[in-house]
Design a protein. Structure first.
Length: 84
């Protein structure tokens, strides 16, 4: 049996960089996933493929220029609104 790591393997495109996306990859049989970690301004690690939140969330700007508290309300792109 051959398995391969997944890059954005979720069946839900709005779940890129989310725990649900990682769980989907595991459920689909991926042997691993590739992702990047960026550091928020306050030193908190943020899972994101991009250095900015623009493409993948409803937010705007570079992760390094925002605190984790500012990043947290950004909803995955495709979601109906920002999380409270």
């Amino acid at each position: 049996m051959h398995s391969a790591p997944g890059d954005r393997p979720s069946r839900h495109p709005e779940d890129e960089n989310t725990l649900r996306g990682l769980r989907d990859a595991a459920s689909a049989g991926a042997s691993g996933v590739e992702f990047d970690v960026w550091w928020a301004q306050d030193g908190i690690p943020v899972l994101s493929h991009d250095p900015t939140v623009d493409r993948t969330t409803t937010g705007h700007g570079p992760i390094a220029a925002m605190t984790a508290l500012r990043y947290r309300p950004c909803a995955p792109r495709g979601a109906s609104r920002c999380r409270p």
